[in-house]
Design a protein around this ligand. Structure first.
Ligand SMILES: Nc1ncnc2c1ncn2[C@@H]1O[C@H](COP(=O)(O)OP(=O)(O)O)[C@@H](O)[C@H]1O
Ligand SMILES: CC(=O)OP(=O)(O)O
Ligand SMILES: [Mg+2]
Length: 391
């Protein structure tokens, strides 16, 4: 079924990206961004003249991932009446220890995946309600779950465990890692178009509203900054990143905070938003003259540099560093500030190439190659879905 019609839904923490493909050809592409802040929709038919450009969603449409998804499905109907869909590929953030490959969705799988809702509260419930909505809208289509965690199942044990009593590892308290579809896409792209950078020691920094870094050797993930949940590692739009677990004990025992209150604090009110007191959006922080906005950016840049160093240590050095994700792809100033301090690793940034968003932005002669690549989780989901559809 090489000309099958495949719909891809990618629900992130601040966005829903959607793509309709005929075979490998994208025909409709769109994105609802700014969920939780300034929700707006952009969508276009790639072969017609139907487009919606940055339309703000009203309070009802933009209230939640669910209402935003309903807005998209209504729009899809306007774009192409009676859209035929053979299969729908879904990004599902948490696949737990068992799934190292995409899976065809049935009721039993949904029950298994719902058990991971508490481990990814900003994503998993939205991923699963997206699946329910898609099943209702397209009851005859094959539904496929593609997991963010699957790419990282190759981690050696020392990068997969916490130093807790062994029984916790057995029951699934592990460092899962996330953004795996993005890392897998970057690796596939490098293998095809830049095989020299695919082979060897690669660090990919996926810097978006959710941010993580992955250490990859010869195409296999060996370590990631994210852990049991998508809270660990780098600070993010609204998530705290690495935190001494003693802080959580203090919040419980001394401040009397409930588990729900701590969860809201760490997932929704921390990170760039918490530090700046202003916004989770890197564009707005860069444009702000508030000292707290500057402090939030300083902390973000500092933690990315530290974690690049940690990933390099896990790999025993690094040959190529790739920046991707909304911030990694578009914020040249953030890339510059990170790379300016990576000279000790052998990275020599070319400021003009970086400002021009060139694909390679290290100077000729830099021991480490610096690259900016546009990730495409949706294309990765399409490939996985097409493969399962063809079986
Ligand atoms: N031109 C830009 N300059 C700086 N930051 C940007 C730019 N474009 C997007 N971003 C940032 O990228 C982040 C969103 O990244 P993205 O990967 O799309 O999010 P998600 O994690 O929801 O998939 C936001 O913080 C946004 O401010
Ligand atoms: C896992 C995660 O943080 O995803 P996103 O960046 O899409 O929010
Ligand atoms: Mg994302």
């Amino acid at each position: 079924m090489s000309d099958a019609s495949i719909l891809v839904l990618n629900a992130g923490s601040s966005s829903i990206k959607f793509n309709l493909f005929e075979g490998a050809r994208p025909t409709v592409a769109g994105q609802i961004s700014g969920l939780g802040a300034r929700p707006h929709i952009t969508a276009h038919h790639l072969e017609g003249d139907f487009r919606v450009e940055n339309r703000d969603l009203d309070a009802r449409e933009g209230a939640s991932h669910e209402s935003a998804l309903a807005t998209f499905l209504a729009l899809l109907d306007e774009f192409s009446h009676d859209t035929h869909v053979d299969a729908i590929g879904h990004r599902v953030v948490h696949g737990g220890p068992a799934f190292s490959d995409p899976m065809v969705i049935d009721d039993a799988l949904l029950t298994t995946l719902a058990a991971f809702n508490p481990l990814a509260p900003l994503h998993q419930p939205h991923n699963l309600s997206g699946i329910e909505a898609a099943r209702a809208a397209f009851p005859d289509a094959l539904q496929v779950a593609c997991f963010d965690t699957a790419f990282h199942r190759s981690h050696p044990w020392v990068n997969d465990t916490f130093a807790l009593p062994r029984s916790f590892y057995a029951e699934g308290v592990r460092r899962y890692g996330f953004h795996g579809l993005s890392y897998e896409y970057i690796c596939a792209h490098l293998r095809e178009d830049h095989p020299d950078h695919y082979a060897g020691r690669l660090i990919v920094a996926h810097l978006g509203n959710g941010s993580s870094i992955c250490a990859i050797r010869d195409g296999a993930s060996i370590a990631s900054t994210m852990g049991f949940t998508a809270l660990d590692g780098l600070p993010m739009g609204t998530r705290c990143g690495q935190l001494d677990p003693g802080v959580v004990l203090y919040l419980m025992s001394e401040k009397g905070l409930s588990a729900d209150a701590i969860s809201d604090l760490l997932y929704k009110d921390s990170g760039l938003k918490g530090l700046s007191g202003l916004t989770q959006d890197m564009r707005d922080l860069l444009a702000s003259d508030s000292p707290d906005a500057a402090g939030a950016i300083d902390y973000y840049v500092h933690r990315v540099k530290r974690e690049v160093g940690a990933m390099a240590a896990a790999l025993g050095g690094v040959d190529t560093i790739v920046f991707t994700g909304g911030i990694g792809e578009h914020a040249a100033e953030i890339r510059r500030r990170i790379c300016d301090d990576l000279g000790w690793l052998g990275a020599d940034l070319d400021p003009e190439a970086n400002a021009a968003s060139a694909q390679e932005f290290s100077r000729a002669g830099s021991r480490v190659c610096l690259m900016r690549l546009v990730t495409n989780e949706e294309e990765m989901i399409r490939r996985h879905t097409a493969r399962l559809l063809a079986r």
